[in-house]
Design a protein around this ligand. Structure first.
Ligand code: SER
Length: 325
């Protein structure tokens, strides 16, 4: 039996939140997972359990929910992503940092048991190796999103070292999913391409055909998150954030696999500003530490992911915009 947990999720209507909330409810019980977001609830997260509108920048509102519901765990997913962040850098910095500090503070003062916070491959920049980028490569990012993730990782480690807070984190690659739309990221093409392939047999890609990026299918990402949070504390040596790898591919390679299922699928390429962001990131990630310390292993390769995405994209209606990838 899983430990009794009272879980609060921020950014619950986003790309990760939509699926993580469901997985947490299955694992811990519907009433044990309070979904929150700044927006009105989407059907996925509100129909099946408690939902509250929460602006996580509002410290008092966050404290109130935590104490009213005797929250023990927070999964803090609300954030502005890389491409949106570049349009309004100071807003992105303010939201990403202040919301994290609000969560870390409430966790410290209310003695919460655990916090999960996602970091990203965006922590890496031009000074990091492109191939198999190591856990401790230089983190000199070129986006404000990356800067906020590097700073956030340091804050997580600080709260762990100074206050003993059990905060855990994963540097997610680009996440691919069908339940909720990706929104505002550089890796979003790998989600949008499926909708366009199914509906129009055509995709106009904003990255160049040979832009290789690290990606991960959402079922793997959700499982990784639950496994990291379940791992015994003595196995967790990284208190900034763990590198995590799934699949690395280029738009051209993904298009080729989609063509196996949709033979008349066509793609063309016209890079926009996101190309520069993509080029600043590694093309593959060395996640040895996650594998060795808490047993991480991805299940989906590009073929299995594509088959599953196409199966569900045909059946599902895309329902939300996302805050975090
Ligand atoms: N998916 C994110 C983005 O593209 C990276 O973590 O911004």
């Amino acid at each position: 039996m899983a430990d009794k947990q009272m879980i609060l999720v921020t950014g619950a209507c986003g790309q990760i939140g939509t699926e993580l909330v469901s997985a947490l409810r299955v694992k811990y019980g519907t009433q044990q997972v309070i979904a929150t977001d700044i927006r009105d609830a989407t059907v996925d997260v509100s129909l099946h359990g408690p939902y509250y509108r929460l602006d996580v920048m509002d410290k008092d509102a966050l404290y109130k929910l935590v104490s009213q519901h005797q929250v023990t765990h927070i999964y803090h997913l609300a954030a502005v992503l890389s491409a949106t962040g570049e349009k309004s850098p100071l807003t992105a910095w303010d939201l990403n940092m202040r919301s994290l500090l609000n969560v870390l503070e409430v966790a410290r003062t209310e003695k919460l048991k655990q916090v999960f916070w996602p970091s990203s491959i965006a922590v890496f920049g031009a000074k990091a190796p492109k191939e198999s980028c190591p856990q401790y490569a230089l983190t000199v990012p070129s986006t404000v999103y990356g800067i906020s993730k590097v700073a956030g990782e340091q804050w997580c480690q600080y709260y762990h070292e100074q206050y003993g807070l059990d905060v855990r984190s994963i540097r997610y690659p680009g996440l691919i999913s069908y339940s909720a739309k990706a929104g505002g990221g550089t890796t979003d093409y790998a989600v949008d391409i499926f909708q366009q392939a199914v509906n129009n047999s055509y995709y106009h890609c904003y990255l160049l055909e040979n832009t290789r990026l690290p990606m991960l299918y959402m079922p793997d990402a959700v499982r990784a998150t639950l496994e990291l949070m379940d791992a015994p504390a003595e196995k967790i040596s990284v208190r900034t954030s763990y590198n995590l790898a799934g699949i690395s591919f280029t738009p051209q390679e993904l298009a080729a696999v989609i063509t196996d299922y949709i033979p008349d699928f066509r793609i063309d390429y016209q890079p926009d500003k996101r190309q520069q962001i993509a080029e600043s990131w590694p093309s593959s990630i060395d996640d040895r530490q996650a594998r060795e310390e808490w047993g991480w292993k991805p299940a989906f390769d590009i073929k299995a992911m594509t088959a599953d995405m196409l199966l569900h994209t045909e059946r599902e209606v895309i329902s939300t915009d996302c805050l975090e990838s």
